[in-house]
Design a protein around this ligand. Structure first.
Ligand code: DX5
Ligand code: ZN
Length: 594
């Protein structure tokens, strides 16, 4: 499948519902995305509804899809193999293929993923990536193999065929969670609280270290609620998600389970008295099954996914049970991971295409200049959202492609000197490095003392806008230096600082960066009291005919961005929200004015 000019569909087919996400791709960029979820145990019906809805939203037709979901029973093995050669031999792709082809699954199973865990040759024990091209007499390999029973996958293919969609790849959910949510060097315990199965698996940079699918899932908890309370499975499911609480409250005995009439006879405690023992039983099963692996591999965090991740206080419950921090990626984690995985796996082709395009574009521009032809190209809509460099790997070319694909044209470069704020982050060499990698507008946020020295350096390193922090000495000189260099100049106003502080320079500056968090770190909570300040700046600008733009930095997410737009902001900066989002272009869209 080419992801240059096409649309692609990803499906998460569970026993009790189907989730879908689809993207339209033009010129190697995602231009539109749509998601849809239908909760219904009639998989054919749910699948049809999801595909119809996504096709309608994207105005396209899908005849193939990438698929993840509940594929039934799974098996995990580590398999090792050694190949010897009589003389020195250059290891080829063929040699690896022949090792892999020897891995046969157990009867009625097939290998879904074969992941290299370890390669070694006599002259180098432990090769970190591929051994292809190395010269030696022996190759020892260890592979982690995830296999699934054939029946369930056949059944899913069959259902898809009835919706006229062909499966072009099956992916195990934990395999996807590992590729998207685990950071390099982390050793993670993945816990997928699915409906029919609970999957417990430990992964490190090497690959899967353990993988268990336990046939005890959320449905067993729902069944217990339904039978003991004498209600339907559907109602039990509603109670499980909206009432059950992994850490119950003392007042539960006196609180009705739900305001609707059919639950009027139960208290919250009635629900929890059935729910908690079942949850503990599930946790005990998980613990007994994975105790040895946890002790052996010592994961440092839990990444939680699956329908059960929506249970109230489940994170705290797990943190207490396993003594590990929990990163809850919610029940949409699998479908998001599939779409990100597919998109990332086509990165080299996309980059090559973009390079080609740029080359051609340059040639055309030159020709157009010679003949004084005016380009009548439609202008792309400007996106007033700036990703903050603090939360992205700016050495990685993939970051720039991702920004470009989402239509980003301004990047917010955070620089901290360790004096004005406690942290040290960003630097002038890093800024130059970013400049070399992109033509985007660089919006440099100086959280530094001596702003005039830093501003001059930032100008030389290629900054387009320079934001100076208040309460530093030499603000006036810094503004002058920026103006003389012909660059845009702004002032950052900290949450506790009043507008009065900058009134004398309002007419000299191009922008006011309203800080909605204390400068110094990403990931803090938006301080709503700054909204008043934004409104006042907006009003002052209008009444005095001033020209500055109002930008907001810190704690921006779709909810807080909306508050900022309503208050009169022109631009927003976002760090952790965008960096954590599994679908970057979709996340950028979610921050825009709607
Ligand atoms: C805070 C920085 C911000 C920060 C934004 O000192 O100036 O740019 O990285 O990150 P979030 O969006 O996570 O608050
Ligand atoms: Zn910033």
């Amino acid at each position: 499948m080419n992801l240059i000019n096409s649309s692609f569909l990803c499906l998460d087919i569970g026993t009790y519902g189907v989730r879908g996400i689809a993207h339209s791709v033009r010129n190697a960029k995602i231009i539109q995305s749509a998601t849809h979820y239908v909760k219904n145990s009639n998989t054919i019906y749910a699948l049809k509804c999801v595909i119809d809805e996504l096709e309608q939203q994207l105005q396209t037709h899908f005849n193939s899809a990438f698929v993840t979901g509940n594929f039934g029973n799974a098996d995990f093995k580590t398999i090792s193999d050694i190949t010897h050669w009589r003389d020195m031999h250059k290891i080829t792709e063929q040699d690896l293929c022949s090792q892999i082809s020897k891995i046969t699954p157990q009867e009625n199973f097939y290998n879904m993923h074969i992941i290299p865990i370890f390669y070694s040759i006599p002259t180098k024990n432990n090769i970190s990536n591929t051994p292809i091209g190395r010269i030696d007499t022996e190759l020892k390999s260890i592979f982690g193999v995830i296999s699934y029973e054939q029946d369930k996958t056949k059944y899913i293919s069959d259902i898809m065929r009835r919706s006229y969609v062909k499966a072009i790849g099956f992916f195990d959910p934990t395999f996807l969670h590992n590729s998207v949510y685990r950071k390099p060097k982390e050793r993670v315990l993945f816990l997928d609280l699915g409906n029919e199965y609970t999957t417990v698996s430990i992964w490190s940079d090497r690959g899967p270290l353990s993988f268990d699918k336990i046939k005890f899932g959320q449905i067993d908890i729902t069944k217990a609620l339904a039978s003991k309370l004498g209600i339907s499975m559907q109602d039990a499911d509603i109670l499980k998600i909206s009432v059950a609480n992994a850490i119950p409250n003392e007042m539960d005995r006196f609180t009705p389970a739900d305001s609707s009439e059919k639950f009027a006879n139960f208290s919250r405690a009635d629900v929890n008295e059935i729910f908690i023992p079942k949850l503990i039983e599930l946790m005990k099963t998980i613990y007994t099954q994975s105790k040895n692996c946890i002790q052996q591999y010592k994961p440092t965090k839990i990444i939680l996914t699956g329908g059960g991740s929506a249970i109230e206080n489940i994170d705290t419950f797990l943190e207490r049970a396993f003594h590990l921090p929990v990163d809850n990626q919610t029940d949409a984690a699998t479908i998001n991971a599939l779409s990100t995985y597919i998109w990332n796996s086509k990165l080299p082709e996309r980059e090559m295409y973009v390079q080609h395009q740029t080359k051609f574009a340059n040639i055309f521009t030159k020709i157009a200049k010679i003949f004084h032809k005016r380009k009548n190209a439609k202008r792309k809509k400007f996106i007033p959202v700036m990703p903050s460099t603090l939360c992205f790997d700016m050495n990685d070319y993939a970051t720039y492609s991702m920004f470009a694909a989402a239509g980003i044209s301004m990047i917010h470069v955070d620089i901290m000197d360790g004096f004005y704020v406690d942290n040290i982050a960003g630097s002038i060499p890093e800024l130059s490095n970013i400049r070399m990698k992109t033509k985007a507008h660089l919006h440099v946020h100086l959280m530094t003392e001596s702003p005039s020295i830093w501003a001059q350096d930032a100008i030389n390193a290629g900054a387009n806008t320079i934001i100076i922090s208040t309460n530093t000495s030499g603000v006036k000189e810094a503004i002058n230096a920026v103006k003389i260099a012909g660059k845009r100049c702004g002032i950052a106003l900290n949450p506790e600082s009043n507008i009065e502080l900058i009134v004398p320079i309002l007419k000299d500056i191009d922008e006011i960066l309203v800080m909605a968090v204390k400068p110094g770190a990403a990931g803090q909570t938006f301080d709503e009291s700054v909204l008043q300040k934004i409104k006042k700046l907006h009003y002052t600008r209008k009444t005095h005919g001033l020209k500055y733009l109002i930008s907001v930095d810190g704690g921006i997410n779709p909810q807080t961005a909306k508050l900022c737009w309503n208050a009169g902001a022109d631009l927003v900066v976002s760090g952790s929200y965008l960096a954590k989002a599994p679908d970057f272009p979709l996340a950028v869209q979610s921050l825009l004015k709607h």
